[in-house]
Write a protein that binds this ligand. Sequence first.
Ligand SMILES: [Zn+2]
Length: 263
Amino acid sequence: MINRIERIPLTKEGYNKELNAIYAIAANNGYKRDLVEEIRREHKNKKPNKEENNNKNWAVLTYTGKSTYKLAKLFQKHNLRTSFRTNNNVGRILRNTTNQEDPLDKQGVYKLTCKCQHSYIGQTGRKIKTRFREHIRDYNKKTQKPSAIPESNFANHMFNNKCSPTQIRKAAKLLHVQHKGQRLNVLENMEIYKLKTFDGKIINEQTNTASDVIFEPLKLIYEKKKNDNKTTGMDTPNTPKSTTRAKITDFYLPAGKNHTATT
Ligand SMILES: [Zn+2]
């Protein structure tokens, strides 16, 4: 403990506080204050040696097994002091599970925002990066041969509006991680609905889709967020029950024409 308080830079007040704590701990363990003082004196006499050590160079070695010790011995022969570190630090573990994964390497629902600020919602069962490259390839084909009909609505939009492609990092954003299936279709339709209703600058060619009815409550939630007290209920606006039911059935049918371009 003495060693520690001598080494850590402390204010005089802080130092005395720490020292008093050490006195108290020593007393509790049956040691007299004199003994603590003696250790302090000894420590102070040692100090010059320590500084000498500080002039030596340090080598920090990542521990990988016995060979690391051999290496350390070799370093010590050459007057290098060694210390070890491991690869298993908390930072690395956290990084592995979060930051190191690229969202554009995932599959699911994505949003592409054009230079003109209009956006396109798409879905893919492959990496978003891969799908993005296809959109760009379609655009390039169209510029080379204007009579070509691109599969990609995004490519078509860029060509028709003279918007050139931007970097993937600027354009593409992962919205939902999801494997292929009905859930992915629902999420995609929900994002299209949201974009259409709250932003309006939408590239997708879909007009009103059957699924819109299902997402009507979203509108209320968002409006509620905006106006706080103005909106009261979250009920769906007056929609006859029978049509609602029919539309839900439509919605769960396999992906239609609008989806084929986005796979
Ligand atoms: Zn555009």
